[in-house]
Ligand binder design. Structure first.
Ligand code: SAH
Length: 244
């Protein structure tokens, strides 16, 4: 079994000893069946991994001591990608968030667009963001990342396309053009927005163009929204990022 990796949102330093939250202890003991004395890896988003020893007290309480740290330079892409993901049915949205993290995005904003069938009332918003953030954390733990992408609060499409985004701005639409733009210099950042099951309206496409977005195609077939997320991120990492 590979060394279990755990995200902890606290400052970490060599020599620190701390008690693990009960949910992480339960997962380590009863799901991964980790034995006391095993090495674990912690990360907190500062770009390093911390190796730790795992000890058990009174059967259910676990402490860890941080023994060494190393900077992890190769796992985070040189390309910072901000994904605008139109909100789709819950299992598809979960899939898109998980795969986007595995494919190295930096930020995800859930988008409300005209043809979104999913309405997220204000009172459920906080819980849903926490749910997507937890998916992002688990994906980062599993795929070896040292930074956890942040999930921004949902934005309306109109509001989001008008924000002062950095780098290349792309919108995926099956009537768009291919190949992707070839900027003079390889960009360090880009934003891409993927539509919901019902696609984008003509008005949204026009509005995105007015705001400097380039309409790109992902090939001749109409992909499901979650497939389009995976395909577009793979393309961007291949062209400008870290898939070689
Ligand atoms: N019935 C919809 C299809 C939506 S597919 C329509 O006619 O528009 C969901 C989203 O995936 C789209 O809004 C787009 O962002 C992306 N997508 C799917 N296939 C694509 C393709 N071939 N090229 C570019 N984007 C695509």
């Amino acid at each position: 079994m590979s060394t279990p990796r755990l995200y902890i949102p606290n400052p970490l330093a060599i020599g620190d000893t701390f008690t693990l939250p009960s949910s992480q202890t339960h997962h380590l003991l009863h799901v991964l069946r980790v034995k006391p004395g095993t090495s674990l890896i912690f990360f907190n988003g500062d770009g390093c991994e911390y190796e730790a020893e795992f000890k058990i007290f009174q059967k259910q309480e676990a402490t860890v001591t941080l023994l060494k740290s190393r900077e992890s330079k190769t796992v985070e892409s040189r390309l910072s990608i901000h994904l605008g993901q139109a909100m789709s049915a819950s299992d598809r949205m979960d899939f898109s968030v998980q795969k986007a993290v595995e494919l190295g995005v930096s930020t995800i904003t859930p988008i409300r667009s005209s043809f979104c069938q999913v309405k997220l009332p204000k009172e459920r918003q906080e819980k849903k963001i926490a749910h997507w953030q937890a998916i992002a954390i688990h994906a980062a733990e599993q795929c070896g990342r040292v930074r956890v992408p942040s999930i921004h609060p949902p934005h309306s499409f109109m509001e989001w396309v008008a924000l002062p985004h950095k780098g290349e701005k792309l919108i995926a639409h099956h009537k768009g053009t291919y190949p992707l733009p070839k900027p003079q210099h390889t960009p360090e950042s880009c934003v891409i927005v993927i539509g919901p099951e019902g696609g984008f309206s003509e008005f949204e496409i026009a509005l995105s163009k007015t705001n400097g977005f380039q309409v790109i195609s992902l090939g001749p077939r109409i992909l499901r929204t979650e497939t389009a997320t995976v395909v577009s991120l793979t393309l961007l990492q291949t062209l400008w990022g870290d898939i070689q």
